[in-house]
Design a protein around this ligand. Structure first.
Ligand SMILES: CC(C)(COP(=O)(O)OP(=O)(O)OC[C@H]1O[C@@H](n2cnc3c(N)ncnc32)[C@H](O)[C@@H]1OP(=O)(O)O)[C@@H](O)C(=O)NCCC(=O)NCCS
Length: 185
């Protein structure tokens, strides 16, 4: 769990949350993003995902919820990120209820760094950030053929709630996935 005391927005790069050490010379840091990271995050977004956003949208999400904008860094290079939006509205999990929701808007790891557990750590850390922001549920949209991401989310407790037909610009469908946030996850 992130300790609030340690949280410094846009301070040094060293809002370190945890380290992943796949081998002893090649440590990977999981830390809060700062505005200096945004250009690299946007470059990863272009390389890895078909959904792109304006530069100002990345900044807006960072300013609005730095607790849920997390990056993975290796040798001073950003190699993965997750960014989320905090929303208030109808619950996805409980009909006719209101909820504070952590929406995973964009999330990726560079191809050469995949299957090392980095993606999982980024989502776990974002879920911690959502709890700091007092969210009681989290949700996301994922392409129905994105098996790697779907398995990762399911392992972290997310369930498929609905299929969103022709959700993406290219006409492809999405699964809406959601999880209740509590002390156990
Ligand atoms: C989805 C993505 C971020 C996963 O990142 P990653 O660092 O490779 O994921 P991890 O190594 O943390 O994997 C965590 C778990 O996810 C599952 N998983 C990840 N990749 C998988 C794959 N290719 N096939 C099956 N399961 C996979 C596994 O269960 C894995 O757990 P395990 O290592 O205990 O088996 C990465 O594949 C990616 O950037 N894809 C392109 C962008 C994208 O699709 N983003 C999500 C949009 S919703």
């Amino acid at each position: 769990m992130i300790k609030l005391k340690r949280f410094k927005f846009n301070g040094y790069n060293y809002n370190l949350l945890q380290k992943i050490i796949p081998d002893s010379n090649n440590e990977i840091k999981i830390r809060f993003a700062t505005s200096k990271d945004i250009a690299e995050v946007i470059a990863i977004n272009y390389k890895t995902l078909p959904e792109h956003y304006s530069n100002s949208f990345f900044m807006e999400l960072l300013l609005d919820s730095p607790e849920t904008f997390i990056v993975a860094e290796n040798n001073n290079r950003i190699i993965g990120y997750i960014m989320c939006r905090i929303e208030y509205g109808f619950s996805i999990l409980k009909r006719m209820s209101l909820a504070r929701k952590g929406h995973i808007v964009s999330f990726a790891v560079l191809e050469e760094y995949r299957a090392k557990g980095i993606g999982k750590k980024l989502v776990e850390q974002a879920m911690d950030g959502m709890k700091i922001k007092k969210c009681n549920e989290s949700y996301l949209e994922v392409r129905t053929d994105n098996q790697a991401a779907i398995i990762l989310y399911e392992n972290l407790g997310y369930s498929k709630i609905a299929t969103l037909n022709t959700y993406y610009k290219d006409g492809k469908n999405a699964f809406l996935m959601s999880v209740k946030l509590n002390k156990e996850n």
